[in-house]
Design a protein around this ligand. Structure first.
Ligand code: SF4
Length: 459
């Protein structure tokens, strides 16, 4: 089980120029984030406020959710509660059936990815058009998004050109981004005009007002919600914040952490339906209550989905989002997904160097690398770790607790590397697959230290 991430990453890293390009592109986004954060003298204060507001909200969640429901209903919004992904999908299906709707547009919502809404609706012969440009590209290619903010970041413009040629009839081989974007724009404009129902995500739901905010850089959530007669907004229950004034903290943190922008291009506030329109909001649990009850992992519910932890992670940057085999990839996905299915996602907390860079950039101060380390312990204790890992760890524990055996093993290792290098430099050595093996030293550090210690004594 634990080899799943490694096996999927192997496919990604087979294309070496792509890994370097993917790595550099995401690091560029990370650097933009750094510049934007360092440009604000109050940045650390904002992080602290963001963290404290979220902590407070999680401790008073039921009160704020009830307050939100009450205010939203008073504003004329229909509020639905879904225990899991299946219920979320069923509620949306019922609304679609009630209005006999054929054409649906959807802006980016990681929750609908988590609940597999598109697949569910397809099974009921209902077509949904994803309107975020990156999401539309991966939807054409029948791929899941590989990043929560930049869904098609694993693709190059040549890939997009070929995809648009196949699906939109653009000129073969024309890789001009302007040309390709214009083709997508014309295609999506028609979809907006024809749609009867728009599905959006929710970035922040405000308990005090019963309104909610959706952030996009393309304005596609607004286009959908303003043209369709029915708007369904889907939110995980952790998206609640107590007061409208708290938006000032989170909107500043979100855009800077995600892309290095001072503000997301469109931060749209939805408060009540316009005349003749219906707004529904579906509030989803889907394992969140369980995570809230896990003391060590409760903090992960503070996440505002900025993806800064993805962009900085050396493993994510060099293994690609699809290697995480879940809707939310990267370091935060590796904490959230074992909660949903520990057995299926037992590999993810091990897909990390535990370097702590994720925790350093997180705008709401989630202790990501510590939680990854905790999950490893839980997964091993629950018996979901790979058998080979267990055997290797038992052998290492034996080796490290027996100094004589350790010294002998070191000597044998050095000799083998010097005299029979083919025994270590081969395809079965996973370390060797991507790296040069180091030159074996002539002696161990211990031997060197003993010798030099004597010299020093003589001096
Ligand atoms: S864990 Fe922190 S850095 Fe990662 S996506 Fe969530 S808020 Fe952003």
């Amino acid at each position: 089980m634990t080899a799943k991430h490694a096996a999927l990453a192997e496919k990604f890293i087979a294309d070496e120029p792509r890994i370097n390009w993917h790595d550099e592109t995401l690091w560029f986004v990370r650097e933009k984030r750094d510049k934007a954060a360092h440009g604000l003298p109050e940045w650390e204060q904002l992080r602290e406020w963001g963290s404290q507001i979220k902590n407070h909200t999680l401790s008073n969640l039921s009160n704020y959710l009830k307050e939100f429901e009450e205010k939203a209903k008073a504003n004329g919004i229909f509020v639905h509660w879904a225990q899991d992904g299946a219920e979320h999908n069923k509620i949306i299906h019922q609304i679609i059936q009630k209005h006999k709707i054929q054409k649906i547009v959807k802006s980016k919502s990681m929750l609908t990815e988590e609940c597999h809404l598109n697949e569910y609706l397809q099974q009921h012969n209902i077509e949904v058009v994803d309107t975020d440009l990156g999401e539309r590209i991966v939807q054409f290619r029948k791929e899941p998004p590989s990043h929560i903010v930049l869904p098609a970041i694993h693709l190059k413009k040549e890939d997009v050109s070929e995809t648009f040629h196949q699906h939109l009839g653009t000129e073969k081989g024309n890789n001009d981004p302007q040309y390709l974007t214009e083709a997508a724009r014309q295609h999506l404009r028609n979809k907006f005009v024809e749609s009867d129902l728009a599905i959006t995500g929710v970035n922040f739901a405000v308990a005090e007002t019963g309104g909610f905010v959706v952030c996009t850089n393309e304005g596609n959530a607004d286009m959908g919600a303003h043209t369709a007669a029915v708007h369904i907004a889907c939110m995980g229950f952790e998206k609640i914040i107590p007061r409208a004034e708290h938006l000032g903290v989170f909107l500043r943190l979100l855009a800077r952490s995600a892309t290095g922008q001072p503000i997301t291009t469109y931060s749209s506030h939805f408060q009540k339906p316009r005349q003749g329109q219906e707004i529904h909001i579906v509030i989803v649990d889907n394992g969140r209550s369980k995570q809230l009850g896990r003391e060590d992992f409760r903090n992960s519910l503070k996440c505002i989905r900025c993806a800064a932890c993805f962009n900085t992670c050396p493993v994510y940057r060099r293994s690609g989002g699809h290697s995480y085999h879940t809707a939310v990839a990267g370091p935060i996905g590796s904490i959230l997904n074992p909660n949903l299915d520990m057995k299926a996602n037992a590999d993810l907390p091990f897909a990390s160097t535990l370097c702590g860079s994720c925790s350093n950039v997180c705008p709401v101060k989630i202790n990501i690398h510590e939680q990854l380390w905790k999950w490893r312990q839980v997964i091993i204790a629950e018996g979901y770790a790979d058998a080979s890992k267990k055997i290797a760890m038992t052998a290492m524990a034996f080796l490290f607790s027996k100094p004589k055996v350790y010294r002998l093993a070191g000597k044998m290792g050095r000799t083998i590397m010097q005299v029979f290098p083919f025994l270590t430099n081969n395809k079965w050595n996973v370390w060797y697959k991507q790296r040069e093996m180091p030159e074996p030293p002539k002696e161990s550090f211990r031997d060197w230290y003993l010798k030099n210690g004597k010299i020093n004594k003589n001096e």
